[in-house]
Ligand binder design. Structure first.
Ligand code: FES
Length: 169
């Protein structure tokens, strides 16, 4: 003997998604899956950054500056990438730092004054790097310059030389 079907009871036993399309459980499952996806992506990014080398890229300390003919006699050439002046005189050629010996500002060659000036506190240097007036306490650093077998010049920032050491070219 079967009971008559009660439409009110049967409708209350149906799954909610049948009525609304997405149950509360499915909604929270979707949220959990999204959160897991975000966490997984974050872990992947952190892992990739951890595995990539932690290297500080700096400009090379040895660099070529071309042949001596690139530098006219009685000229001062500023190499911005290396912060170095290449000075050519009638005696030869030398390389000196453009970094002020007071507090490390980058100096500027002033051709109208025939002088290297620091914009920060007013130090002035002669063409050979010696101090015209302070507050800079020391002359500009000079770096070794060598002639390579192919006729190009090479500057070595790690080898400091006396200001009197000039490459005859
Ligand atoms: S940093 Fe050059 S004068 Fe002070």
């Amino acid at each position: 003997m079967s009971e008559p079907k009660n439409p009110t009871v049967s409708s209350s036993l149906e799954k909610p998604e049948d009525k609304e399309g997405l149950s509360r459980r499915d909604f929270f499952n979707e949220i959990a899956a999204g959160a897991l996806g975000v966490a997984g992506l974050g872990a992947f990014v952190v892992s990739v950054r951890y595995l990539s080398p932690n290297v500080l890229f700096e400009p090379p300390t040895n660099f070529r500056i071309g042949p001596p003919s690139d530098y006219q006699v009685n000229s001062v050439t500023y190499l911005a990438n290396q912060e170095v002046y290449i000075v050519r005189t009638s005696d030869g050629l030398f390389a000196q730092s453009a970094i002020c010996t007071h507090l490390g500002c980058i100096t500027q060659w002033k051709p109208e004054l025939e002088m290297i000036a620091c914009p920060c506190h007013g130090s002035k240097f002669r063409k050979d790097g010696s101090v015209e007036h302070g507050p800079a306490p020391r002359p500009l650093q000079h770096f070794a310059v060598r002639m390579m077998p192919d006729g190009e010049l090479m500057v070595d920032l790690l080898e400091l030389v006396k200001p009197t050491q000039i490459l005859k070219v």
